[in-house]
Ligand binder design. Structure first.
Ligand code: PLP
Ligand code: COI
Length: 333
């Protein structure tokens, strides 16, 4: 199996597809066809009625393929569906789709040695035609797989972020769910950030523009000078499964953890900074540029930082090298 550099879509062999019509989900089936045919007035096209998930299947040293805490992805997709007026995917169908897609695409799984993984993307969207603003009555659920490497670059290196001057999610809006519309809101800012040489945008709380929220695709972690792990608490950020897992691993290791609001001005007191998520794992941040200030973190020797140690532990559990004391791993093959 060749090595997959970066985080891109590669069409794999089969995907799981189910339809919702006349008030119920059908039982779904595996399909070779990777394209979707829609009405020009489909609710997803007109009014962005869609939400999704992101999870990975990992290869272990002894040749198995495993998933990580997929019950939490199922729960979050359920919450996203409810907020988007989409009928939630039956729990059993979600788990069946993951199992079938991993098994049908096992040949696409990057090797253990490559450090890559098979990224799974469940997505659900409104299909029937609307012109007036209202939710669809027919929906499609798809779960496809694509082999991936690192999210940010060909190798792990300290990222350079800028504080975004536009917001990603409104107060009391949809920042806490995984709706496509949140990512649409970030496309202008990410394009502009890349053009100006930044890797990502750091968003501030939309009500006050004072507190750190998250980036376009990951939550944020800090280590203070006295070794405390601090991570933002906010109703308008995505409840990252990776972040919740890191918090548990940090506590296991005796690290003091604070989940609270973090003012942007506090960044000058932080020793380490990292982004965390399924795609990002833990990616080190070397610099955050605000309009007046520039905050730097000593992340060059990432392996020897607290966040570097937590990344190693998390990947060790996910790839079966470290014992899974919390029963987070589900063996698929
Ligand atoms: N925040 C945003 C906006 C994301 O898109 C993601 C990715 O899913 C995360 C955080 C991290 O969440 P998780 O760790 O569950 O992948
Ligand atoms: C993930 O980490 O799974 C995500 O969905 C983030 C996305 C921006 C790739």
């Amino acid at each position: 199996m060749k090595t997959f550099v970066g985080f891109n879509y590669h069409k794999t062999t089969k995907r799981f597809v189910a339809q919702y019509k006349d008030g119920q989900w059908d039982s779904g089936r595996m399909m070779r066809k990777s394209t979707v045919c829609l009405s020009e007035a489909a609710c997803v096209i007109q009014y962005a009625q869609t939400c999704f998930e992101g999870l990975k299947a990992y290869r272990t040293k002894d040749g198995h393929i495993v998933c990580f805490r997929l019950d939490l992805n199922e729960q979050r997709l359920h919450d996203s569906c409810e907020r988007m007026v989409i009928p939630p995917i039956p729990k059993e169908m979600f788990f069946e789709a993951v199992e079938k897609v991993v098994k049908a695409n096992a040949k696409w799984m990057p090797s253990y040695e490559s450090g890559g993984s098979l990224y799974l993307r469940p997505v659900v969207f409104g299909k029937d035609s609307v012109v007036g603003v209202k939710p669809a009555e027919e929906f499609e659920f798809r779960l496809f797989a694509t082999p991936v490497g690192n999210y940010f670059a060909d190798k792990v290196r300290p990222l350079v972020l800028r504080v975004s001057d536009v917001d990603r999610a409104a107060p009391r809006g949809t920042g806490h769910i995984k709706a496509g519309l949140n990512y649409a809101m970030s496309l202008y800012a990410i394009t502009d950030a890349h053009e100006k040489g930044f890797d990502e945008n750091l968003y501030l709380d939309p009500a006050n523009r004072t507190y750190v929220e998250e980036t376009g695709g990951a939550n944020v972690l800090f280590i203070t000078k006295d070794g405390t792990l601090v991570t933002p608490k906010s109703d308008s950020i995505l409840p990252s499964i990776t972040r919740r897992s890191i918090v548990t691993l940090a506590k296991d290791a005796g690290i003091h953890v604070e989940e609270r609001r973090i003012a942007i001005s506090e960044l000058k007191d932080m020793k380490e900074c990292g982004l965390c998520g399924t795609a990002a794992v833990i990616s080190p941040v070397g610099k955050v540029k605000d309009t007046q200030e520039e905050y730097t973190f000593s992340m060059d020797d990432f392996d020897n930082t607290v966040l570097g140690g937590l990344r190693k532990k998390l990947l060790g559990i996910q790839h079966g090298d470290i014992s899974d004391d919390h029963d987070w791993i589900i063996k698929v093959i």
